[in-house]
Design a protein around this ligand. Structure first.
Ligand code: NAD
Length: 250
């Protein structure tokens, strides 16, 4: 059977991406929930993104937490427990390998799961914080509780106030400096990869536009692509496409 037009298009776009990434001296990457989907972490917009009938947009907000902190913690404790069981997938490992080859390389991730770092990536900007750290809602003390099961109602050991996950909720500002770092990397990049994001959450989605306006070639990898800034679209799963684009470890 001869390959379909779609298969040929995918093969051609993978080859082009491989060429562009292979010669780039500066690569920046924006990742979203889709890069962790093949590790078994549900995206917010998939069916698995709902919990007890509630959407992330209802739970991951300052208002949701103020209304019912115990409920929001039940959701986060469930997600934290699941994360202890998951491992990076070939997409995370391919990006870690790419970092070893490209002199200027940065991943700006919207993910809170730290799977890039577990896979070996070092230059990672966490745009939305991470789920392993907790922060006191009163005194601001932040501690890393990675791998630790938290109580149903986690309270600050110092001042007794509610703890919250050190993530950025809908409607909140990004951590100081994180967006500036990601923006500088986007501007400096020759190739900007947009991987596994719906490009619906701003300002992160704007990074691809900033990169493109500054002269980068923007390559999107997503089975359901959505970035208006993409020059080249690879409609495939990240865990299948990225190992082909990056090639085997040296
Ligand atoms: P999103 O849920 O809005 O979109 C996920 C995107 O991934 C979709 O466009 C989908 O088509 C794509 N996708 C699904 N499977 C894929 C695969 N195998 N390969 C490549 N792409 C795939 O996620 P978002 O754009 O990151 O934005 C929503 C917010 O959700 C972010 O702020 C993020 O912090 C948060 N979030 C994080 C995690 C995590 O840390 N793993 C999980 C869920 C949500």
């Amino acid at each position: 059977m001869s390959p379909s037009t779609d298969d040929r298009k995918l093969t051609d776009s993978l080859a082009e991406a491989r060429y562009l990434v292979g010669k780039a001296r500066s690569v920046a990457v924006l990742t979203g929930a889709g890069v962790s989907a093949e590790s078994g972490v549900p995206t917010f917009r998939s069916a698995g993104g709902f919990w007890k009938g509630l959407s992330a947009a209802q739970l991951a907000t300052p208002e949701g937490f103020a209304a019912d902190p115990k409920l929001v913690w039940e959701w986060y404790n469930d997600r934290r427990a699941r994360l202890r069981e998951v491992r990076p997938n070939p997409a995370h490992f391919a990006l870690a390998e790419l970092e070893r080859r490209v002199p200027d390389f940065v991943i700006a991730t919207q993910n809170v799961d730290r799977l890039h770092q577990t896979a070996g990536s070092r230059r990672v900007v966490e745009l939305h914080g991470n789920i392993h750290e907790v922060r006191c809602t009163r005194c601001g003390e932040t501690t890393d509780r990675c791998g630790v099961a938290l109580p149903d109602e986690p309270k600050c050991e110092r001042c007794g106030a509610w703890l919250r996950p050190a993530v950025v909720w809908f409607g909140e500002d990004l951590p100081v400096g994180a967006f500036a770092q990601a923006e500088a990397a986007a501007r400096a990049s020759e190739v900007f990869l947009v991987v596994g994001t719906s490009s619906a959450v701003w300002p992160a989605a704007g990074l691809a536009h900033i990169a493109r306006d500054a002269g980068a070639t923007v390559i999107e990898i997503n089975p359901e692509p959505g970035s208006a800034a993409a020059d080249l679209v690879i409609a495939a799963k990240a865990g299948e496409a990225l190992p082909v684009i990056v090639g085997p470890a040296a």
